[in-house]
Design a protein around this ligand. Structure first.
Ligand code: GSH
Length: 246
């Protein structure tokens, strides 16, 4: 059995989609991030970085003690290997392409779109530089994806962990007001992935409506748990400049 420490966000859905695709048994352990449920020493022992998702494999391949994995990209690779190389191309070039696009998602699409979500949806009004900077990066990365998908059906040629990593983030672009009309190849790929039964099962759990809206409303305590003092204090990060909600 695999425990999935879970929130129904793009990073969380990568893991549930992958588990549904490969058919490994798992149990969801849901967290309410707004209430700071992830800011505990117990969860820090599973993920030293304190973020979601993370998994604990109670039957790791070496037969040893339960094994924890954090970072959604590393989780996808771990699950692929556990499932005998599932959703990784068998040929070396294809495998490298899947790794390249997975790294691109983890280092580019995820963090940049994440910041675009923060500045467009959560930051106090008037944070124009952040909106401009991350909005531009978000668009640039969509253009990179469009160019790639105009040439191939899936990021590594065949459907792979790279598509599972990128798809939930691209699906979420509606929330930052970026329509996909200018990107016909992305639209085709988005629909093809969405039609997979495992993807549908893996994305059944959705965020509360407030968090799906263009401009979620957070109480001061929720803001502090996500971006402010409560979050920093739980890491022992000390005093310093803080994100402030006006
Ligand atoms: N690079 C990490 C990112 C994880 C991440 O930022 N997760 C968000 C939810 S999608 C989170 O835990 N946010 C809570 C917080 O920032 O305190 C991954 O891909 O797993």
């Amino acid at each position: 059995m695999i425990d999935v420490h879970f929130v129904p966000t793009p990073n969380g859905n990568k893991v549930t989609i992958m588990l549904e695709e490969v058919g490994l048994p798992y149990r969801l352990i849901p967290y309410n991030m707004l209430e700071g449920e992830h800011l505990t020493p117990e969860f820090r022992r599973i993920n030293p970085n304190g973020r979601l998702p993370a998994i604990v494999d109670h039957e790791p391949p070496d037969g040893g003690a339960p094994f924890a994995v954090f970072e959604s990209g590393a989780i996808l690779l771990y699950l692929s290997e556990k499932a005998g190389g599932a959703l990784m191309p068998a040929d070396p070039r294809g495998r490298s392409l899947a790794q390249q696009w997975l790294m691109w998602q983890m280092a580019g699409l995820g963090p940049m779109h994440g910041q675009a979500h923060h500045f467009i949806r959560y930051a106090p009004e008037g944070q124009d530089y952040g909106v401009a900077r991350y909005g531009a990066e978000a668009r640039r990365l969509l253009a990179v994806l469009e160019t790639r998908l105009a040439d191939v059906d899936y990021l590594a040629g065949e459907y792979s962990v790279a598509d599972i990593a990128a798809w939930p983030w691209v699906r979420a672009t509606y929330a930052i007001g970026m329509g996909l009309e200018p990107y016909p190849a992305i639209r085709r790929w988005l629909d093809a992935v969405a039609a997979r039964p495992a993807v549908q099962r893996g994305t059944e759990t959705r965020n509360a409506a407030n968090l799906q809206s263009r401009r979620p409303t957070l109480t001061p305590a929720q803001w502090s748990n996500l971006f402010g003092e409560n979050m920093l204090r739980s890491f022992g990060a000390g005093a310093g400049p803080l994100a402030a909600r006006e």
